[in-house]
Write a protein that binds this ligand. Structure first.
Ligand code: G3H
Ligand code: ZN
Length: 286
């Protein structure tokens, strides 16, 4: 069934568990995440980024309707979330499409403008019962961004600044920069677990780990133990999807029916989703 993002994430923080959010680009992505959630008996969040909306022509409604229908039809609890929004109008479209949570990404703006834009989105969203995530610090590796060293001084989220930011903006969850980078195709990221624990102490809201595809299983478990509540996974699904298609087409170059290769690609994503769900669910806070 379709459930609310806050309904998954808020109790997870209180119980010191984490919820995995998967980025959906195609219908097969949504079906695969639903299958992974059903196989493991765990809930998940289906999130659509502004970049994915742009890929589908800029209008959220078709991809939102398909994803909503998949969530409704599933036996697993699945929530919907709009991810990395830089265009304020898209928050309004998300509300109209029935989404009850968004991430407003003003992390490219300077600090004052980030606070202003985020606080404005929070005011608008809260008036309509929405749950709003924002980002402080630079996770890096987003589309069109110059490469960023996640270990450089100043790239990480400072706990005192983060506490002030949450108080000023009123956000419901915070994406923090603790060593992960978006779009990694190898799982080699090392996280700062002491910083995660310090942020967990300093902030009254759930912490969100972006760029989790590049984080090894052990590091993910340690991050959950240290206090991460929402684990965002995108690239790992695409790595599995594309590898399956590449292998199928190499072996069957005569294929023209996309269902022949999409079936395997969808199954590879479902297995990947199930693996992340199991790893993250395996560890709560001591
Ligand atoms: O918001 C989306 C996530 O941060 C996904 O990052 O593609 O590196 O796993 P990833
Ligand atoms: Zn992200």
């Amino acid at each position: 069934p379709l459930v609310s993002t806050a309904g998954l994430v808020v109790p997870a923080r209180a119980a010191r568990r984490a919820v995995v959010a998967f980025n959906v680009i195609t219908l097969e992505h949504a079906e695969a995440v639903a299958a992974g959630a059903e196989r493991t008996g765990l809930p998940a969040i289906l999130q659509i980024s502004e970049n994915a909306v742009r890929f589908h022509g800029g209008d959220l409604s078709a991809v939102a309707a398909a994803t909503t229908a998949v969530a409704r039809a599933s036996t697993a609890p699945l929530a919907l979330h709009l991810d990395h929004v830089v265009t304020p109008g898209l928050v309004h479209a998300a509300h109209a499409a029935g989404f009850d949570s968004v991430m407003v990404d003003a992390s490219r703006l300077d600090h004052g403008d980030n606070v202003k834009a985020t606080a404005e989105a929070v005011r608008w969203g809260h008036a309509r019962g929405m749950w709003v995530e924002a980002e402080l610090g630079r996770v890096g590796g987003k589309d069109g961004e110059p490469p960023l060293d996640a270990h450089a001084p100043g790239a990480r989220t400072d706990p005192a600044e983060a506490a002030a930011y949450v108080a000023e903006t009123g956000v419901d969850a915070l994406a923090v920069a603790v060593g992960s980078v978006h779009a990694m195709t190898e799982r080699t990221a090392a996280l700062d677990h002491d910083l995660i624990a310090a942020l967990r102490e300093a902030l009254p809201v759930p912490l969100v780990l972006h760029g989790s595809s590049g984080v090894p299983d052990e590091e993910l478990r340690a991050a959950v133990r240290a206090g991460m509540t929402k684990i965002n996974v995108g690239t790992a699904l695409n790595t599995a999807y594309t590898a399956a298609i590449r292998a199928f087409l190499a072996a069957h170059p005569e294929t023209v029916d996309p269902r022949r290769y999409l079936a395997g690609a969808r199954e590879a994503m479902a297995e990947t989703a199930a693996r992340f769900l199991t790893v993250v669910a395996g560890e709560g806070h001591p």
